[in-house]
Every structure is written in C-alpha cells, then in structure tokens.
Design a protein around this ligand. Sequence first.
Ligand SMILES: CC(C)(COP(=O)(O)OP(=O)(O)OC[C@H]1O[C@@H](n2cnc3c(N)ncnc32)[C@H](O)[C@@H]1OP(=O)(O)O)[C@@H](O)C(=O)NCCC(=O)NCCS
Length: 179
Amino acid sequence: MNLKGKKIQLQAITDSDKDYFYTLATQSDGALFWYDDKQREKRSKKAFFRDWHEGYFDSGKPKAGHCFWIMVAEEKVGVIAYNAIDEHNQKTEIDIIIGSEKDMGKGYGSDAIQTLCHYLFDRFQLNKIWIEARANNPRAVKAYQKAGFKKEGILKEEDHFQGKFIDRVRLGLLRKDFS
Ligand SMILES: CC(C)(COP(=O)(O)OP(=O)(O)OC[C@H]1O[C@@H](n2cnc3c(N)ncnc32)[C@H](O)[C@@H]1OP(=O)(O)O)[C@@H](O)C(=O)NCCC(=O)NCCS
C-alpha cells in the first residue's frame, strides 16, 4: 500500500523488509530520541520485535496496527506507525521516527503524520488519533502541532530517560477538527 503526501510517500513495511526498521529505530540519529543508552544496551532484537509484533507488518490485519516507510524520492528516511485500533473508544496512537538528522526539520514528519491521519480517518471509524512526545523534545511537539494535533496534557515524570525523570506531552487530533 502507498499513501501519497505533499513531500513524502508512505509505503507499507512488509515482514521481509523489517530489519532496516530495527536498524533505524535503534542505531540512527533519531533513535537517540526513542530509546536511551540503557534501553539500547539491554534491548535485544528479539525484544524489539516482541513489541513491534508481526501484526504491524501484516497487511491482512489492518486493525492490529501497521508500520510504513516514510519515503522521499526512493529513499527510506523514516518510519511512521499506528497502533492497534481501539474500536470501543474509536481511537489509536501513532509513533514516528526520522532516521538521519539531515532529514529532520524539512517538513517530512508533519507531512507523514497528516498523510497517515487522512488514511486512518478514512479507513477506520475513529474519533481520535493521539501521540506523545517527551517534554524535552520540542521539535517533535512542534511537528505534531503543525500536523493539527493539540496539547491535551502533561504526564508528570512519566519516563526515566538518560538518568532523569522526564514529563511526557500528550497531544490529540479529533475527527471534527481534522480538515
Ligand atoms: C519528531 C520528528 C518526527 C519531526 O519530524 P520533522 O520532519 O523533523 O518535523 P517537521 O520539519 O515537520 O517540523 C518540525 C518543526 O519543529 C521546529 N523545530 C525544530 N527544532 C525545534 C526546537 N528545538 N524547538 C522548537 N521547534 C523546533 C522546526 O522549525 C519545524 O517547524 P517549522 O516548519 O514551523 O519551522 C523528527 O524530527 C524525528 O524523527 N526526530 C527524532 C525522533 C523523534 O523525536 N521521534 C518522536 C519521538 S516522540
């Protein structure tokens, strides 16, 4: 499946090409914002793919969640994913990572988020899409706001990251606010 944005395209990641996702999520510039040194040391590939289970790479199970490459021209610059659809509450969470610092701040992330949100609101009966960022990651918060998300609250000292407790910012996008 391919979804076309303004600057990027999203291409469904299949089971056979998910190894590069592991490399990008654990060893790239962007990975420093996902996992701290301790988590990267401890986290085996097996544990990684326990969280990012096979449903994320199986186009036959769209409600289980799915991962997409963020493509610029022919290059895989990052990954965006939605988690399992919460059918009762009609919501889902998304996650995003751009691998290389050189590709950040160019509008790819906010475009990828908007493109995925279009698909999700079209495809599923969703009322809300939500995302979180650590409070010390203002670029992520700004990118989510650019994509239309609004701040909903702060989760105090939610993460222990690089030896310190860090707040998380939660942002949401309601169907009625999405144009
Ligand atoms: C977060 C991420 C997905 C955003 O994607 P992106 O392509 O870099 O974001 P965009 O270019 O669409 O938007 C970023 C905005 O933040 C702004 N920005 C950059 N650094 C900033 C800072 N320190 N403070 C505030 N705003 C900042 C940019 O200027 C841009 O806004 P503008 O277009 O109005 O100028 C990407 O940077 C990334 O993957 N980072 C590393 C991994 C990560 O943090 N993932 C999210 C974990 S929750």
